[in-house]
Design a protein around this ligand. Structure first.
Ligand SMILES: [Zn+2]
Length: 270
C-alpha cells in the first residue's frame, strides 16, 4: 500500500509534468473509483488547469483553476502515470486527456483508491482532520511526546492512525519503531520523553531515506514511469520475520494486532 514516501515520489514526478496543463477530456472507465456522479466529475474537470501538485498524508493533492482541488488516494494498488509504452498500466480506471502530451491515467488493480473533487475551503477542512506531517519542520518531538501521552493504544497502531500523524503506514511505522528501539506493542503513553525524541528522529530518517530510494515496492507500487521503488533492501524488520536481525542476529518476529502484522526484533526493541 503506498505510504508517504511512495506518494511523495509520485507527487515530485507529477510536478514536472502537469502544472499549467489543461484537461481537455476525461474518461471514467471504472466509476466506483470516483466520488460522486461520473457526470459531475467529468463536467467539473473539463477545461480546468492544473495549478500545483502537493501531498497531504497519503493523498495526491492537485490544485486546479477555479478553486477546485482534485484529491487522489491510491488505496492499495492505485497508480498515476502518463500513458507511455513502458508505464505498465494494466487496469486503467480514469483517463485525463491533456491539452498536449500523453494522457494522464489513474490505474488501479483492486480499485480501493478514490478520486475526489473539492472546492478549496472544503478540502482545507478535510485536510485539517489529518494529523501533522511528520517531515514538516514545525513538527517537533514535543508534539509527538505530548500526543502519545494521551493515548494508551499500542504505539504501532497509534502511528497508523492518520489523525495522529499523516502519511505513515505499516511499513514505515514498523521500521521507525525498530530504528528507535521501541517495541510495537508498547502503550503509547508508556514512551519516555527520550524515546519519543528518538522515535521522532527515526520517523524522519526512515521516511527521508525511503523518498531518496523512490519508495518501497513489495508488489504493486510503481512510480509515474512504471518503475519500482528501490527501498525494499533497506527494510530491517518489515516482512523479515524469522530472518536474522541485522544488528543483533536474533530472529525478527511477527505478531498480529489491530488486524495488522507488526514486525520487530525481540532483543533490539524494548
Ligand atoms: Zn536485533
Amino acid at each position: 500500500m503506498p505510504e508517504l514516501p511512495e506518494v511523495e515520489t509520485i507527487v515530485r514526478d507529477l510536478r514536472l509534468i502537469v502544472p499549467q496543463r489543461t484537461i481537455k477530456a476525461v474518461r471514467v472507465l471504472r466509476p466506483n473509483v470516483v466520488q460522486g456522479t461520473e457526470e459531475t466529475f467529468i463536467s467539473t474537470l473539463i477545461g480546468k488547469t492544473f495549478r500545483s501538485i502537493s501531498r497531504r498524508g497519503k493523498n495526491i493533492v492537485s490544485h486546479m483553476s477555479h478553486d477546485y482541488v482534485l484529491v487522489i488516494n491510491l488505496g492499495m494498488t492505485g497508480r498515476l502515470a502518463l500513458d507511455t509504452d513502458n508505464s505498465a498500466l494494466t487496469h486503467p480506471a480514469v483517463q485525463f486527456q491533456l491539452d498536449r502530451g500523453r494522457p494522464l491515467v489513474y490505474d488501479d488493480i483492486r480499485r480501493f483508491g478514490k478520486l475526489r473533487l473539492f472546492k478549496e475551503p472544503d478540502w482545507e477542512s478535510q485536510s485539517d482532520r489529518l494529523g501533522p506531517e511528520p517531515l514538516s519542520p514545525d513538527y517537533t518531538y514535543t508534539d509527538l511526546y505530548e500526543k502519545l501521552a494521551s493515548s494508551s493504544s499500542p504505539v504501532r497502531s497509534w502511528l497508523l492512525n492518520q489523525k495522529n500523524l499523516a502519511g505513515v503506514g505499516n511499513i514505515y511505522a514498523n521500521e521507525a519503531l525498530h530504528l528507535a528501539g521501541v517495541h510495537p506493542r508498547r502503550p503509547s503513553n508508556n514512551l519516555t520523553e527520550p524515546e519519543s525524541k528518538l522515535l521522532h528522529q527515526s520517523l524522519k530518517t526512515i521516511l527521508y531515506s525511503a523518498i531518496e530510494n523512490r519508495g518501497t515496492t513489495l508488489r504493486n507500487y510503481r512510480d509515474t514511469s512504471g518503475l519500482r521503488g528501490r527501498n525494499k533492501p533497506n527494510l530491517k524488520v518489515y516482512g523479515r520475520h524469522e530472518q536474522a536481525c541485522f544488528s543483533c542476529k536474533s530472529l525478527v518476529e511477527r505478531i498480529v494486532f489491530s488486524n495488522r502484522s507488526a514486525f520487530f526484533c525481540p532483543d533490539c526493541q524494548r
